[in-house]
Design a protein around this ligand. Structure first.
Ligand code: UDP
Ligand code: MG
Length: 325
C-alpha cells in the first residue's frame, strides 16, 4: 500500500443539484485508488463551500458525518473560485502529500486522477489536466478562450494551453504557492512559475451534468482581464506607444494644414477638428482607464486583505457534533 496521502479539493458554489452525484463519483474513485494501493487510506475529499446560498453545506456536512473520507471547509462568504481553491489547498497542505483540484460539476474526467497519481509517484510535483478539445463549449466561449490564450502568449505569460484548474500539486508545490502573497492570485499563471518538475495528462471535457455555470460572461471577462493585468504591464506600454503615435500624427496633420493655410487654401476645419477631438479624447480615456486598472490592483494589493475567511473546518478539526445548518 502506498502511504502517499491524497486530498481532492473541490470548490463548490451553489452546487446542490450536482453535489450528491459528485460525492458518489469521487468517493468511488478514491476507494478505487486506495484498493489499487496507489494512495493511502488516510486520503480525503475536501469540499470547500464558497459561501453558497443553497443546501450545499448541508449536503457536505451530512455526508461528512457518515463518510470519513468526506471533509468540509465552509468559507464565511463567497470569495470566488480561485480563492476558494487556494483556501482548500492550504487547509489540506499540512496533512497531504499531494493535492488534486477539480470542479464540482464533473466536467473534468475524474478517471484521469489515476494518471495524475501515477505521474506523482514517478516524481512529478505538478500534473496539469489538459482538455483535448473544446467541442463541449459554445462557439463564443471557444473563440474568446482562444483569444485569451493568444493575448497571454504574446505578453510572454507561460500558460498551459487548454488547462483549467484541474491539476495535481505536491505538498511542497502548494506550500511554495502560499509564498505568493498577491491578493489577486491567478493560479493558471502562477503555478507554472513555480518551476517544479511537471507533466500534462490529456482528457476529454464533458458537459456540465447539472446546475448552471457560475461563470457568466461578465465574470469570465473580468477573470480574463485580471489574468492579463496581473501578469503584464504591456497594455500600459501599448497605450503609451499609441499616445506617442497619435501625437506624432497630429503634428504631421497640423503642419500639413498650416501649409495649406499659408498657400492660401482656406479650410473650414470642422471635420478635422472634430475627428481629432474624438480620437484624442478616446485615446486619453483608454489610457486613463488602463492606468486606473493597474492602480486599482495596487490599491487592492497594498491592503493585503486575507484571500478567504474560514468559518468551519472539518479537515483539521473534529466534526462539530451539533451544528446550525
Ligand atoms: N465556484 C466557486 N466560487 C464561485 C464560482 C464558482 O467555488 O464564486 C466553483 C463552482 O462551484 C465550480 C467551479 O468553481 O465547482 C467552476 O465553476 P463553473 O463550473 O461554474 O465554471 P465553468 O466550468 O462554467 O467555467
Ligand atoms: Mg464547469
Amino acid at each position: 500500500m502506498s502511504d502517499a496521502v491524497l486530498t481532492i479539493v473541490v470548490p463548490c458554489f451553489n452546487e446542490e443539484e450536482i453535489l450528491p452525484e459528485t460525492i458518489k463519483c469521487l468517493h468511488g474513485l478514491l476507494t478505487g485508488l486506495i484498493d489499487e494501493a496507489l494512495v493511502s487510506d488516510r486520503s480525503k475529499i475536501l469540499f470547500v463551500d464558497d459561501g453558497s446560498k443553497d443546501r450545499t453545506w448541508e449536503i457536505i456536512y451530512k455526508e461528512g458525518l457518515r463518510n470519513h473520507y468526506v471533509k468540509g471547509l465552509k468559507l464565511a462568504r463567497n470569495v470566488g473560485h480561485q480563492n476558494a481553491l487556494i483556501a482548500g489547498m492550504q487547509t489540506a497542505a499540512e496533512r497531504s502529500d499531494c493535492i488534486v483540484s477539480i470542479d464540482a460539476d464533473l466536467q473534468d474526467d475524474i478517471q484521469v486522477i489515476r494518471e495524475f497519481i501515477v505521474k506523482f509517484h514517478d516524481g512529478c510535483e505538478i500534473v496539469y489536466g489538459v482538455r483535448k478539445g473544446r467541442e463541449t463549449d459554445t462557439f463564443f466561449k471557444r473563440t474568446t478562450a482562444q483569444g485569451f490564450y493568444k493575448i497571454m502568449k504574446s505578453l510572454g505569460v507561460d500558460l498551459v494551453y487548454n488547462h483549467a484548474d484541474f491539476r495535481l500539486m505536491s505538498q511542497r508545490a502548494v506550500k511554495e504557492l502560499a509564498r505568493f502573497k498577491e491578493v489577486n492570485l491567478f493560479l493558471r499563471g502562477i503555478v507554472p512559475l513555480l518551476g517544479f518538475r511537471s507533466d500534462v495528462v490529456f482528457y476529454d471535457r464533458l458537459e456540465r451534468k447539472a446546475g448552471k455555470t457560475k461563470y457568466p460572461l461578465k465574470k469570465m471577462l473580468a477573470f480574463a482581464f485580471d489574468g492579463i493585468t496581473s501578469f503584464s504591464v504591456s497594455p500600459i506600454r501599448f497605450v503609451l506607444v499609441m499616445g506617442m503615435i497619435s501625437f506624432l500624427l497630429s503634428l504631421a496633420f497640423g503642419s500639413y494644414f498650416l501649409t495649406l493655410k499659408f498657400l492660401g487654401y482656406t479650410q473650414t476645419g470642422w471635420t478635422s477638428l472634430i475627428t481629432s477631438i474624438w480620437l484624442i479624447g478616446g485615446l486619453q480615456l483608454i489610457a486613463i482607464g488602463l492606468i486606473g486598472e493597474y492602480i486599482g490592483k495596487i490599491y487592492k494589493e497594498t491592503k493585503q486583505r486575507p484571500k478567504f475567511i474560514i468559518d468551519i473546518d472539518t479537515f483539521n478539526l473534529p466534526m462539530p457534533k451539533r451544528h446550525l445548518l
